[in-house]
Design a protein around this ligand. Structure first.
Ligand code: FES
Length: 105
């Protein structure tokens, strides 16, 4: 069974920007952006070393780069372009009316 939570309004998702939204009961904010016209959501923590992507993440076209050690993650696959063993999880996104919901589990 999925644990689906509301993250933000669809209007809060801006192409070319990534934004973090706090979700009650979740340690790291949920990050959202738009890729090829679709909403993409992922945890606000770098999978390399538990660093906040709200504070240290950069969106560079189709990748999210963590400024701490420079690893970049392909937004489409979540795969690290430097270390294939590292993976940025992507949440399943569901649009409910004008709201963005994601499955945390
Ligand atoms: S903590 Fe993000 S690249 Fe090392």
């Amino acid at each position: 069974m999925a644990l689906r939570v509301r993250v933000c309004a669809v209007a809060d998702v801006v192409p070319g920007e990534m934004r973090g939204f706090d979700v009650e009961g979740v340690t790291w904010p949920v990050m959202v952006t738009e890729l090829d016209g679709a909403v993409v959501a992922f945890p606000g923590v770098c999978p390399h070393d538990d660093v906040s992507l709200v504070d240290y993440g950069l969106l560079e076209e189709r990748v999210v780069r963590c400024r701490v050690h420079g690893y970049a993650f392909d937004l489409e696959s979540g795969r690290c372009v430097h270390l294939p063993a590292l993976h940025l999880r992507r949440y399943k996104v569901t649009l409910v009316g004008a709201e963005v919901w994601v499955d945390l589990l």
